[in-house]
Design a protein around this ligand. Structure first.
Ligand code: TLP
Length: 344
């Protein structure tokens, strides 16, 4: 029996060349700014996203939180999608730690926030109201089938933000999946963002870490917020070394993950009792619904597991499968027949 683990791209293990780079990494105390490998990774990340500077943080959650803390003060409001990772899965850290008020706008099936809904959500100058400071977007959008937001949409949101004096933060945990899927440079997707975070530890297969990129002044603030959260790291070059390999060797191959996800989505679309919109699958995340109700999603996922295929329950009828570095095209064939067997 195979073991096909589709629960998340966070499951990826560091590659042999990452382990080698980690073992030989030159290090120093990064809180003093003296870790040459961290400094090199930060320069590389800033350059890749077309920003002045970057800071290495422990996780995507920390990247979003330090960005929110750097952009907003207590009582300020940020506009974000009702299905966004920050709103759903980050423990309300912006409110808990930063006193930042979240204002949700519905995510469209393709992860966008409708422009008119963003505009309507922006507060006017009135003593009763919190002040809107920030618009948050997610690219690719995890809960919206991993859909990538394109540069035209970013421009349209950028225009609104500038008109109202607001900042934009992009949770770009999977921004390189978006860039590869849209066949554009990640810089083009980040151009309108005042800040963007991305993860090294998801599809890019590094063991730990995310980057936050923005202007030099913004990164100075983000660095302070990172220290506040206890995220100042010391000889972090051993981790940054894997991040450098992730950026140099692991980006282009994301196209394979996208092809595998597409194959999975199309196969599931031809499987009885499954409902899926394969046209939304442009990157590495596949959501599908079970239309037969005699088994709960939790029971079904357990049955898939017994067949050697692991997926994540994601709501009452919804299941998530994510392709990544360790998943082959044969694994997708195997997964499709396992799903069919269970549903038979
Ligand atoms: N997403 C993870 C976990 O939530 C389980 C996953 O498996 O998809 N932004 C986005 C869009 C994310 O998908 C994630 C992680 C994060 C931020 C947070 O990153 P970490 O887990 O590094 O804090």
């Amino acid at each position: 029996m195979r073991n096909v683990d589709l629960r998340s791209d966070t499951l990826t293990q560091p590659t042999a060349s990452m382990r080698q780079a980690m073992a030989g990494a030159e290090v120093g105390d990064d809180v003093f700014g003296e870790d040459p490998t961290v400094n090199r990774l930060e320069e590389m990340a800033a350059e890749r996203l077309g920003k002045q500077a970057a800071v290495f943080v422990a996780s995507g959650t920390m990247g979003n939180l330090v960005s929110q803390l750097a952009h907003c003060g207590r009582g300020d409001e940020m506009i974000l999608g009702n299905h966004s990772h920050t709103f759903f899965f980050e423990q309300g850290g912006s409110a808990a730690v930063g006193g930042i008020h979240p204002r949700t706008v519905p995510n469209q099936p393709d992860g966008k926030l409708a422009l008119e809904e963003i505009e309507t959500a922006i507060r006017g100058d009135n003593v009763h109201l919190p002040r809107t400071r920030l618009i948050m977007l997610e690219n690719t959008h995890n809960q919206c089938s991993g859909y990538p937001l394109d540069a035209d949409y970013m421009k349209a949101v950028g225009e609104i933000a500038r008109r109202h004096g607001l900042k934009i933060h992009v949770d770009g945990a999977r921004i390189f999946n978006a860039a590869v899927a849209l066949n554009v440079d990640a810089k083009d997707l980040a151009a309108e963002a005042d800040s963007i975070s991305f993860c090294l530890s998801k599809g890019l297969a590094a063991p730990v870490g995310s980057m936050v990129c923005g202007t030099r002044d913004f990164i100075k603030e983000a660095r302070r917020a990172r220290k506040l959260l206890g995220g100042g790291m010391r000889q972090a070059g051993v981790l940054a070394a894997a991040g450098i390999v992730a950026l140099t060797e692991m980006v282009d191959r994301l196209a394979d993950d996208h092809a595998n996800a597409k194959k999975l989505a199309e196969g599931l679309a031809n499987t009885p009792d499954i409902s899926i919109a394969p046209e939304l699958v442009k990157t590495n995340i596949v959501f599908f619904e079970i239309t037969r109700r005699e088994m709960t999603v939790a029971e079904l996922v357990n049955r898939f597991d017994e067949e050697g295929v692991r997926m994540s329950p994601s709501g009452p009828n919804r299941i998530r499968a994510v392709t990544h570095y360790h998943i082959t095209s044969e694994d997708i064939d195997y997964s499709l027949s396992a799903v069919s067997n269970v549903l038979k």
